[in-house]
Design a protein around this ligand. Structure first.
Ligand code: AMP
Ligand code: MG
Length: 500
């Protein structure tokens, strides 16, 4: 059997050398059942939906059968976890089946997450409970629909087996798609072993796969070498990514260097969550006891992570360490600038301004201060502000789903005055706000309920509904109102768990 039907998978990563992976077949499971297949993504990947839905393909997606022309691997990496160095990590529960070329001519990894033990499993069972699989499916696809770079969910299957965590839960496998799964921690693994040859092989591969044109442009423009240019690309991608997370109220929760992809996509949807009430110090993850990965710390942590990439690339940037450090420091200084510019631009657009400037930035800051003091729902506040610019007949949020506390009154007047002062066309501002402020985010209480219904009662109705609604996050529909509401106090989810 070749690949998925007539589609054969490649594996260019495996060709880089044995030091980067272990050959590893998935472990078979008892009784796979397809939960959901992502039709849109399948066609974007040139994978025929009709084929993926066949019993043969479902067996592949569950890890029960492996097409004979592919060699699945588990990749090795290291990483800083919560600030502490761990020299030996790797795909402990994920197996890379291979790569496909998408409609956009880009290369994508197809990986099975929860597919059994590998040499990097340590004490783990290599498996994934159903809850984290559904959670990753919902949130990663919501992020994609919000236009934020992310790994994707191609399919989810139940295994017909039980996975034991605090209690026994149904097992599942997620088919994860990424532009690649190479992490800051992958480069760190080889750098820490002083294996400069492998660092160079990886860096060249990442440039070729993700940043060929961008690196060439930076080299031509700045005179920097290709590895400094690679660092520039990754730093920019991380800065921009984190700004985008924060603009929608997303908290990643486990920003370890092994969870940061060099391609700039969001990965690892373990303890992540979207904020309901605005609180810059918000932490959901049960294991983040110090608040290291709190909402407002994310940009700084991104810089800390990219600094470790810089450290690993230093010998490639320049033979002279002092010179290499100078170049790296220049690039890292630019990270903060790009983060700030992107974040302020996004905040400006959320308020209907075409761009950021000192007055608009100040207005955004004041809004945040009021939201923090009132703990007002982050998503609803912005969406209801958009309604303020709409005709009375077209305001589904204002005073229906969300009413502004008095504390917002003076601020709202200043906002409207500044729109006028800066000559912003209100119809254009309204349209911009509707395209930047989602109605639907994957709210924790809904995810929790969808997981409970699926795990306890094998009822995937709410899961499917959530995925469908979140695929169009900016299109408010009255019949989907319940998905837009903030949780009632008794529904609020205060903590999330890694789910490993
Ligand atoms: P994470 O917290 O998901 O970033 O994972 C950290 C490390 O633990 C990685 O090396 C994972 O591959 C490994 N890991 C997580 N869950 C499991 C599991 N159930 N079985 C084996 N390894 C795991
Ligand atoms: Mg991880």
């Amino acid at each position: 059997m070749a690949g998925f039907g007539s589609i054969s998978l490649q594996n260019t990563y495996r060709q880089l050398g044995e030091q980067f992976y272990s050959d590893q077949l998935p472990t078979k499971v008892l009784d796979p059942t397809l939960i959901r297949l992502n039709h849109t993504l399948a066609s974007q990947l040139n994978l025929p939906v009709g084929v993926l839905e066949t019993e043969k393909a479902i067996q592949i997606l569950a890890g029960n059968s492996v097409p004979d022309d592919i060699c699945p691997i588990a990749t090795v990496y290291a990483g800083h976890q919560f600030g502490g160095w761990n020299p030996q990590l790797g795909d402990g529960r994920a197996i890379l089946l291979g790569e496909v070329i998408g409609e956009d001519d880009k290369r994508y990894d197809i990986q099975l997450k929860g597919a059994g033990r590998t040499p990097y499993s340590r004490m783990g069972d290599g498996r994934s409970p159903l809850g984290p699989v559904l959670r990753e499916y919902i949130v990663s696809e919501a992020m994609a629909a919000l236009g934020i770079p992310t790994t994707r969910a191609l399919a989810a299957v139940t295994t017909g087996e039980t996975v034991v965590r605090e209690m026994a839960q149904p097992g599942a496998v997620l088919t994860r798609v990424a532009q690649s799964h190479i992490r800051i921690g992958t480069i760190q693994y080889f750098s820490a072993r002083n294996d400069l040859t492998s660092v160079k092989i990886l860096a060249d591969y990442v440039i070729d796969r993700h940043y060929r044109e961008a690196v060439a442009q930076i080299v031509a423009k700045t005179g920097d070498g290709p590895y400094a240019a690679l660092l520039t690309c990754v730093a920019e991608a991380q800065a921009s990514l984190i700004a985008q997370w924060m603009a929608v109220g997303f908290i990643h929760g486990v920003m370890n260097t092994d969870n940061m992809l060099l391609c700039g996509e969001t990965v690892d949807y373990g303890p992540c969550a979207f904020m309901d009430g605005y609180n810059p110090e918000k932490v959901f993850s049960s294991i983040d006891t110090q608040g290291r990965y709190a909402y407002a710390n994310q940009a700084e942590i991104g810089l800390w992570n990219v600094s470790w990439l810089a450290q690993a690339l230093l010998p490639l940037i320049d033979e002279c360490e002092d010179e290499a450090i100078k170049v790296a420091e220049k690039i890292l200084a630019n990270y903060s600038l790009i983060f700030k510019q992107t974040y302020q631009q996004l905040l400006a657009e959320k308020l209907g301004f075409p761009g950021s400037n000192a007055e608009v930035d100040q207005l955004s800051l004041e809004l945040q201060q009021i939201m923090a003091a009132e703990v007002s729902d982050y998503t609803l506040t912005y969406r209801a502000l958009a309604d303020c610019l709409a005709p009375e007949s077209d305001r589904p949020y204002l005073n229906k789903i969300y009413s502004f506390p008095d504390a917002f009154q003076a601020w709202r007047q200043r906002w409207q005055a500044l729109l006028a002062e800066q000559g912003v066309d209100l119809a254009i501002a309204h349209a911009l706000m509707l395209s930047k402020n989602p109605s639907y985010i994957p709210r924790n209480h809904l995810i929790a309920e969808a997981i409970e219904q699926a795990s306890q009662h094998q009822d995937f109705g709410l899961f499917n509904q959530l995925v469908d609604v979140l695929a169009r996050p900016f299109e408010y529909r009255e019949e989907n109102k319940v998905f837009a509401l903030s949780p009632k106090p008794e529904e609020e989810v205060k903590q999330t768990f890694c789910g490993t």
